[in-house]
Design a protein around this ligand. Structure first.
Ligand code: HEC
Ligand code: HEC
Ligand code: HEC
Ligand code: HEC
Ligand code: HEC
Ligand code: HEC
Length: 423
């Protein structure tokens, strides 16, 4: 019942914000452009590099100083020679085994974690390096809170439409309060000046003197109807604001890692034994949802492997009883949002790890990304569309190039319109 009311309220809220957003042009493609400040000279290379970086490197690296899994890549172009970087990124293990001093040093410094190899061409590696360089200079030019959020990938600061509106309201409120305080202080000063002046320089009759020297009567103020209404109003507004923030926080479960009925390890299966994700999540490249494997898929191997282990016996029992294994669901968007895996994995070519983190290292899966609206929209604003070899986009790309100089991002194709994600 309560959740039903909440859903109805949310629908109303969406409709309201929908109209707000259209009024303020929040959802128009142009509005999203300003955020991605790239160097004017080679935007094509930079945006190609950005896409490669976001799809392959962001999981383990930041373009700043922060260590994620590997070192922060700020200043990497100065720290290392380009040929070194190209061979490192293509195959760091080979470079380490060749005995290169620098390579062995970073490898040891990061506890001999092997960075994966990438089958990139030299141009592709150079484009990534160009992007890293441009991200540094963008950060240096516009050192503010907004650019801070942009230069720290992996950290998903929610700057969604709802948050932006809330931010403006806060600023307006603070300004109003400051103006009010200044007004009150000035008025008090004027009264006291006038009072002194009148008392000193004018002969007042008894009645006037009483008025001028009247004490400020708090109980009168307290009893006044206007003041009471005002206090109640302020109270209600504060409560509503708190309530709204609570509602916005519902369902954000970053780091959620429930105990599963069988001690299944992605680190063992996807990491050490390198079983493809879609061997088990069979619809992840074809369908809306990724799907959780049935016990039969486990049996392809476990009819032979470790069949006597108590954990594996649980799979046998499930099959005997003809009951599915009751895995606890970790990622769960509310019904009001539409998300499609195939669109992101197959069409856009986004790696699982960009959204789900280093699953192949997880003993127990946890929710890596916040899965908030701001998170979806931030990525849609920053990510260029993967249009190569996709005839569907040929005309759209031409149209975009005529009307705008920025990268052809998901957002510029309408990926921040409310109706794309909300039915
Ligand atoms: C799974 C995690 C992971 C991914 C993905 C990854 N790296 Fe790394 N990277 C590391 C680790 C860890 C190191 C530290 C050296 C070591 O332990 O091998 C490193 C080191 C580096 C270095 C050397 C830094 C230095 O100070 O010399 C560069 C350059 C680099 N990575 C670039 C990239 C680029 C570019 C990508 C994307 C194409 C990428 N990495 C993807 C984990 C990763
Ligand atoms: C051998 C089969 C298998 C392979 C291979 C596998 N998974 Fe899984 N995956 C599972 C099972 C079983 C679950 C449910 C239990 C759990 O959460 O650990 C699961 C759960 C998940 C979840 C959480 C689902 C939820 O409840 O929200 C994600 C995300 C995930 N896998 C991603 C991946 C990715 C990415 C890869 C490849 C790197 C991968 N999986 C490879 C079997 C597999
Ligand atoms: C493609 C083959 C393959 C598939 C499919 C597979 N596994 Fe495994 N699994 C392995 C291998 C290999 C091991 C490691 C065995 C060892 O340590 O000797 C393993 C180990 C395990 C273990 C640890 C057993 C122990 O006692 O050490 C569990 C639990 C497990 N798997 C559960 C599952 C579940 C649940 C599924 C289905 C969602 C599944 N596996 C699917 C290959 C597979
Ligand atoms: C663009 C971000 C993104 C990418 C890329 C992505 N996922 Fe997901 N994944 C999600 C979201 C969001 C959900 C929650 C969906 C929901 O609740 O409807 C999810 C849910 C899941 C689940 C839980 C079951 C389900 O289908 O809802 C599994 C398993 C999963 N993902 C596996 C994968 C695998 C494997 C890959 C890579 C082949 C992958 N994901 C790539 C965002 C992503
Ligand atoms: C890592 C980046 C990334 C994240 C995170 C992400 N998306 Fe996307 N999304 C993309 C890309 C890239 C495309 C473009 C796919 C294409 O070429 O059609 C896209 C396309 C879409 C589309 C189709 C848009 C259109 O114009 O047809 C929808 C709907 C969508 N995403 C929903 C979501 C939702 C909902 C979430 C959050 C739960 C989300 N996305 C998170 C990268 C992302
Ligand atoms: C790229 C996909 C995407 C777009 C575009 C999008 N949303 Fe959302 N929205 C989401 C997701 C995902 C959620 C669920 C977030 C959560 O559970 O925290 C959500 C939740 C909401 C909620 C409910 C908040 C709550 O706490 O339940 C409202 C209201 C909302 N969106 C309004 C809008 C409006 C208005 C627009 C147009 C300006 C819009 N959305 C555009 C993905 C999107």
């Amino acid at each position: 019942m309560i959740s039903c009311i909440r859903r109805a309220k949310t629908k109303l809220l969406i409709a309201f914000l929908f109209s707000l957003a259209t009024t303020f042009g929040l959802s128009t493609p142009g509005a999203a452009q300003g955020g991605v400040g790239l160097k004017p000279e080679d935007p094509a290379i930079v945006s190609a590099g950005e896409a490669l970086y976001k799809n392959n490197c962001v999981v383990c690296h930041s373009v700043g100083d922060d260590v994620v899994v590997g070192p922060g890549l700020k200043g990497i172009n100065e720290r290392r020679a380009q040929p070194w970087l190209i061979s490192w990124i293509k195959n760091s293990q080979a470079l380490i085994q060749s005995g290169d001093k620098d390579a062995v040093a970073v490898y040891n410094q990061f506890n001999k974690q092997a960075m994966p190899s990438f089958a990139f061409s030299d141009e592709e590696v150079v484009s990534i390096l160009t992007y890293i360089k441009s991200a540094e200079s963008v950060a240096a030019e516009t050192a503010g809170p907004a650019s801070g959020a942009e230069t720290a990938p992996g950290q998903n600061v929610g700057t969604d439409a709802v948050g932006a509106v809330g931010g403006y309201l806060d600023i307006v409120l603070v300004v109003l309060i400051v103006v009010l305080i200044v007004l009150v202080v000035t008025l008090l000063l004027i009264t006291s000046l006038l009072k002194n002046y009148l008392n000193k320089n004018k002969q007042l009759d008894e009645y006037d003197a009483e008025v001028v020297n009247q004490r400020f009567d708090f109980s009168k103020v307290y009893k006044s109807k206007a003041v009471r209404t005002l206090v109640v109003l302020i109270f209600v507004v504060v409560l509503l604001d708190l309530g709204l923030n609570k509602v916005m926080g519902i369902g954000i479960q970053e780091g959620y890692a429930p105990k599963q009925p069988i001690a299944f390890s992605h680190k063992l299966h996807a990491g050490e034994h390198q079983i493809d994700c879609n061997y088990c999540h069979t619809t992840v490249y074809k369908g809306k949802s990724a799907s959780i494997p049935s016990a039969n898929i486990c049996m392809n191997c476990h009819s032979q492997i470790k069949a006597e282990s108590p954990e594996i016996q649980k799979i046998y029992k499930a099959i005997e009883r003809n009951k599915p294994i009751e895995w606890v669901r970790i990622h769960n968007l509310p019904d009001l949002a539409y998300f499609n895996h195939a669109q992101h994995t197959q069409v856009a070519g986004v790696e699982c790890q960009t959204c789900h983190g280093p699953i192949q290292e997880m003993e127990v899966v946890y929710q890596y990304s916040p899965l908030t609206m701001g998170w979806c929209i931030d990525c849609h604003r920053e990510t260029p569309l993967n249009t190569e070899g996709n005839a569907y986009y040929d005309n759209l790309v031409k149209l975009h190039e005529q009307s705008s100089k920025g990268a052809f991002t998901v957002a510029s194709n309408g990926g921040t319109e409310c109706s794309k994600c909300h039915y």
